[in-house]
Write a protein that binds this ligand. Structure first.
Ligand code: R5P
Length: 296
């Protein structure tokens, strides 16, 4: 029962201490509503301002590719080391334990396979299901310059509009077709378009030269995809250069789950992303973890 007796009057109002109004830490996100900022602050570490997203959504168009044949065996052990999990709702519901306390970025586009035209996607998750799954953000590919460019832009607009209604941010993933150059001209166009359309953060690829110009011209945070599997030291160097040039983190899949020590690699990537550890040091860390695993 509510106790109405002996209610104590407020005494200390700190009259001389004006309430602080700190700006939100994330680039271009200061004017967003509380729920949107709160979800972004789950995705991006407020201390470093960056994130290590573990991407294992590849099955939605590639099937059981190397390293994620068994999400239960390949991915679950990595969860403690990731800041964010990026996956499909199918993987989430069927395999990821619901007690997982990591924010989920939900793959919300699909509709094609590696056997067909990649840009021919549609919105594949209803906003109600996104809410039901307690996702921190939605993600969809945007294929600038591809056959279904317009359709993919319409998909991201739909996600941004419905997500905005409920305070759920949208990650635009710049998809690159086989015949497109991964260069400054392409990524400055694609990332800027996604930001102007209203995406809350953008996934790009790292490239040289000029990546820092893409970051500078994009008014919201950019994270980089890992892309094809590289030798571990090269993947760490790529992550380092991207962070050094202003990226707000990585959304990395194959360079983690196809590594010969995924647990070592995801932690090494975390050192680079959050602590700006030099690639060589992070690589030594990865080798130590790998050696420990081999000796146990
Ligand atoms: C592509 O299918 C997905 O968007 C992946 O999540 C993304 O490409 C990141 O994975 P990776 O580091 O393997 O490129």
């Amino acid at each position: 029962m509510a106790d109405k007796d002996d209610v104590k009057e407020g005494k200390e109002f700190h009259i001389n201490s004006p309430q602080k109004n700190k700006p939100f830490f994330l680039k271009g996100s200061g004017a967003l509503d509380w729920g949107m900022q709160n979800r972004l602050a789950q995705i991006f570490n407020p201390k470093s301002g960056r994130t290590v997203m573990l991407a294992f959504d590849h099955g939605y168009f590639q099937g059981p590719t190397t390293g994620i044949e068994r999400i239960d065996i390949n991915i679950i052990p990595l969860i403690p080391y990731a800041d964010v999990l990026m996956c499909t709702r199918g993987a989430l519901r069927s395999v990821i334990p619901a007690h997982t306390n990591k924010p989920i970025v939900l793959r919300c586009s699909a509709g094609q396979s590696i056997l067909t035209e990649l840009s021919n996607e549609t919105v594949a998750v209803d906003i109600e299901d996104t809410i039901r799954l307690n996702a921190a953000a939605m993600a969809a590919q945007v294929y600038i310059g591809a056959e279904y460019e317009h359709k993919s832009i319409a998909n991201i607009i739909k996600l941004i509009d419905t997500g905005t209604r409920y305070g759920i941010p949208t990650l635009a993933v710049t998809g690159v077709g086989a015949d497109m150059n991964r260069d400054l001209r392409y990524f400055s166009l694609a990332t800027r378009m996604c930001a102007e359309i209203g995406a809350h953060y953008i996934k790009s690829y790292y490239f040289e030269p000029g990546f820092e110009k893409v970051v500078a011209a994009c008014p919201v945070p950019i994270v980089i995809a890992g892309g094809k599997k590289l030798p571990e030291i090269e993947a760490l160097e790529m992550a380092y250069m991207a962070i050094d040039q202003g990226a707000a983190g990585v959304d990395m899949g194959r360079n983690i789950f196809q590594s010969d020590s995924p647990i070592g690699m995801i932690q090494a990537v975390g050192l680079v992303v959050h602590k700006k550890e030099k690639p060589k040091h992070a690589f030594d860390f990865y080798k130590d973890i790998k050696a420990d695993e081999n000796n146990s």
